[in-house]
Design a protein around this ligand. Structure first.
Ligand SMILES: Cc1cc2nc3c(=O)[nH]c(=O)nc-3n(C[C@H](O)[C@H](O)[C@H](O)COP(=O)(O)O)c2cc1C
Ligand code: SF4
Ligand code: SF4
Length: 356
């Protein structure tokens, strides 16, 4: 194991640190563990809290003299709802806070391509600042991307390289931050973050519900219920004795990465079918029979709201129909073979390496 970087030699400005984290596939958990390791080396008292395993409705106030760290992945250019809601319920305080996120890192040669944070830090900082906290850092960490619903899974070499590099970077950062130094490196991306900010809102209000309904369990599922028990937001239920993804799913990818039968897939085929049917039939019928006289469709915002509600309602019904039809072998195969995650070139599942 490599020596911890020299930054750790800085004397600590704090006696205690509390690290709150949320993690789907383990990247944010690793960042939390590396940060805690540096705290331990500096002789600080350190608590790590996985917010998925804690009471998120009644959150105890952190000790007044503790440094507080929040770490979570970026989902749709923002912290995922579970983390945002946690921050909103977090008690008021005057502690110094470090904000970190894990993003979609990839590799071109030896260059780690950065992910995109969008409004992640600005929204979280605003929420905490309004509660009285002072923000001491905003640091993105480009860990291996886990979003295999939209891109092929990363190979082992890339995952290992990103893991190692980020371990060094996080520990170096933690060493400095614990000595009281500020670090706002996220601000270098301010202009790009502002430009993509509309997508963050689009993802929060619409996109995440769409993605929630892209997962399904194939015929390889043996009903072990691991995905149901392990989901951090309890978004999977049993319908017709098979896993069924509800709109509560945050697409954290944990279930997909953990299923020992590799039975969880992203249904690209049935989502394309849904989008085609929805835009070519449902919308046409809707406006043909109701739109022209019932709704002032020239009003853009109202039109968007109506179409979104219609789309999500129809998606819920469509997903239920697909789930029902998948009991028939022919249909199940059709859905499976139209899912990119089924294929070797795409579907490598992601689980973070163990933090050492
Ligand atoms: C639904 C979803 C949305 C994502 N959105 C973003 C994003 O907007 N920007 C980004 O850089 N990475 C994005 N990612 C990649 C993850 O943030 C990244 O892989 C992160 O390190 C995963 O952390 P975890 O293992 O702790 O869950 C997204 C991943 C998922 C599953
Ligand atoms: S973890 Fe996999 S095999 Fe187990 S119930 Fe979920 S989908 Fe089925
Ligand atoms: S259902 Fe799966 S992807 Fe969705 S939140 Fe739960 S573990 Fe994450």
């Amino acid at each position: 194991m490599k020596e911890i970087s020299p930054e750790i030699q800085f004397p600590s400005a704090y006696r205690k640190v509390i690290i709150y984290y949320f993690s789907g596939t383990g990247n944010a958990r690793n960042v939390a563990l590396w940060t805690a390791k540096v705290a331990g080396e500096k002789g600080m008292e350190c608590r790590i809290i996985n917010i998925a395993e804690t009471d998120r409705l009644v959150i105890p106030k952190p000790d007044a003299d503790a440094l507080v760290v929040f770490i979570s992945p970026v989902h749709g250019f923002n912290y995922p709802p579970v983390m945002l809601h946690f921050l909103m319920r977090f008690p008021k305080g005057k502690n110094r806070v470090l904000l970190m996120n894990t993003r979609a890192g990839m590799l071109i040669g030896k260059w780690i391509t950065p992910g995109l944070s969008g409004i992640t830090f600005y929204l979280a900082a605003l929420i905490l600042w309004l509660k009285g906290f002072s923000i001491g850092a905003m640091v993105p960490v480009d860990m291996p991307s886990n979003w295999i619903s939209i891109h092929p899974g990363l190979n082992e070499r890339t995952v290992k390289y990103l893991h190692e590099r980020n371990r060094e970077r996080v520990m170096a950062f933690a060493g400095k931050a614990f000595s009281g130094k500020s670090d706002f490196r996220a601000l270098y991306e301010f202009i790009q973050d502002v430009l993509i900010s509309p997508i963050s809102f689009g993802y929060y209000f619409v996109g995440r519900f769409l993605f929630a309904k892209t997962f399904y369990a194939s015929g390889d599922c043996n009903n072990c219920d691991l995905c149901i028990k392990g989901c951090p937001v309890k978004a999977i239920i049993k319908v017709d004795n098979r896993p069924f993804w509800t709109f509560n799913c945050e697409s954290c990818m944990k279930c997909m990465g953990n299923c020992s039968k590799k039975a969880i897939e992203t249904g690209h085929g049935f989502i394309i079918g849904f989008l085609m049917l929805f835009s070519s039939v449902i919308m046409v019928l809707f406006y043909r029979y109701f739109g022209l006289w019932f709704f002032p469709i020239e009003n853009g915002i109202l039109r968007f709201l109506i179409e979104t509600v219609l789309m999500l309602s129809f998606l819920g019904l469509w997903y239920r129909l697909i789930h029902y039809l998948m009991r028939f072998r022919f249909f199940e195969r059709l859905v499976v073979f139209s899912s990119l995650t089924r294929y070797k070139f795409w579907g490598r599942r992601y689980r973070a390496l163990k933090a050492e």
